[in-house]
Write a protein that binds this ligand. Structure first.
Ligand SMILES: NC(=O)C1=CN([C@@H]2O[C@H](COP(=O)(O)OP(=O)(O)OC[C@H]3O[C@@H](n4cnc5c(N)ncnc54)[C@H](OP(=O)(O)O)[C@@H]3O)[C@@H](O)[C@H]2O)C=CC1
Ligand SMILES: CC(=O)N[C@@H](CCC(=O)OP(=O)(O)O)C(=O)O
Length: 335
């Protein structure tokens, strides 16, 4: 068994990791931490009462090094790299869910803050599983993609060779409120979100440069991404609609089916996709259609799982020589 820990265990993605790791056949959960510690996991998450009992420590690099072979960092940006540095220097395997190791240095510093661990940034593998599977098998540092970039890239990457790259690319994304993490804010307040839907940070969200950078890395094509996220009155789930212009006469569903023929966690749908069918799972459901040269691609994921924790777990599986799908959830919360 590989010994694993979760730092940030009180948060939403931390909880999802604990839920999956409790019954994972190849990983033994040996360390849990938050900023304060001194509690039990079932006290932080009463839903775990009767399922698992385990102490939660105050987060500490030496504590992780003594207890774990691999650690998941479910921490906010900036906090993560401060913590990861000491672990990586000591040879620990790290799967980071924040943005700290996702981007090349200039993109990161333009959109976040000065980087505090430049030394390890180049070693990080972007954990968009279907595109970086082989690299993940050989790395000690996986960087979990953002939830919106995950759904967007899985939908649009197969089409990049067929797009008119001089035409605008629009990404219209909708997310459940858990995408914002557990901290309280006016934007995520019940009264703001209930019976409501609204765009936020239109055309200037930090995930647009992440999507552009990864399109360029995979296809060598520079594309400006017009990205508009919306908040919807749902707890979890993300639906991304991409509007693009084709330069070639293709059958969109055939392109998707051929591209993902060997990817068991991508489901190509013949009808428009919905969030509920992926809630609680690692699946990304994708649908596409065209009208002349107008292309519509729609993808749905669970932001907490495929958008964060199950994608992190799939990366950890590959980093430890396990099957990608080991312990990965596939049964949706339906109805
Ligand atoms: N929510 C989502 O859908 C997605 C989230 N992510 C990323 O995953 C990461 C975690 O997100 P999420 O779980 O939603 O966030 P939450 O705010 O729900 O949880 C973050 C947790 O980190 C803990 N924490 C904060 N600072 C520190 C620190 N210095 N040391 C130890 N623990 C700390 C907090 O615990 P406490 O205050 O109790 O100590 C908190 O519980 C973020 O980087 C986020 O951007 C990525 C993709 C999707
Ligand atoms: C609904 C909501 O607020 N979502 C978050 C994105 C969450 C996520 O994937 O991403 P990071 O790891 O990059 O924070 C946002 O718009 O900032």
């Amino acid at each position: 068994m590989v010994k694993v820990g979760v730092v940030g265990a009180s948060g939403y993605t931390g909880l999802e990791l604990v839920k999956m790791l409790t019954s994972h056949p190849g990983f033994e959960l040996t360390y849990l931490a938050t900023t304060q510690g001194d509690t039990l996991i079932e006290s932080l998450h009463p839903s775990l009462e009767g399922v698992i009992t385990m102490p939660v420590e105050k987060a500490d690099v030496n504590g992780v090094l003594n207890a774990c072979d691999l650690v998941f960092l479910a921490l906010p940006h900036k906090a993560s790299m401060g913590f990861a540095k000491g672990l990586l220097e000591n040879g620990l395997k790290v799967v980071d869910l924040s943005a700290d190791y996702r981007l090349q240095l200039d993109t990161y510093e333009e959109n976040y803050c000065p980087h505090e661990d430049k030394e390890h940034l180049d070693e990080a593998v972007y954990a968009l599983i279907e595109y970086y599977r082989e690299e993940l098998k050989g790395t000690d540092l996986a960087a979990g993609p953002g939830c919106y970039p995950t759904a967007t890239l899985l939908g649009i990457l197969p089409f990049i060779p067929y797009l008119d790259t001089s035409a605008p690319l629009f990404v219209d994304a909708k997310s459940g409120v858990s995408g914002a993490g557990k901290k309280l804010s006016e934007t995520t307040h019940f009264v703001t979100v209930n019976d409501n839907i609204f765009a936020y940070n239109p055309l200037k969200h930090r995930h647009a440069p992440e999507i552009s950078e990864k399109i360029e890395k995979v296809h060598g094509v520079k594309m400006h991404v017009n990205f508009v996220p919306h908040l919807i009155p749902a707890t979890r789930g993300e639906l991304v609609s991409v509007y693009a212009t084709l330069k070639a006469d293709i059958d969109p569903l055939m392109v998707l089916k051929e591209h993902y023929a060997n990817d068991p966690f991508i489901r190509i749908r013949d009808k428009p996709v919905d969030i509920k069918s992926t809630a609680g799972t690692h699946f990304c459901d994708i649908y596409a259609a065209k009208n002349g040269n107008a292309l519509f691609v729609s993808s749905a994921i669970d932001n907490l799982l495929r958008g964060a924790s199950s994608q992190a777990l799939a990366a950890a599986n590959l980093m430890c020589g396990y099957e990608e799908g080991m312990g990965i959830p596939v049964i949706a919360y339906v109805p």
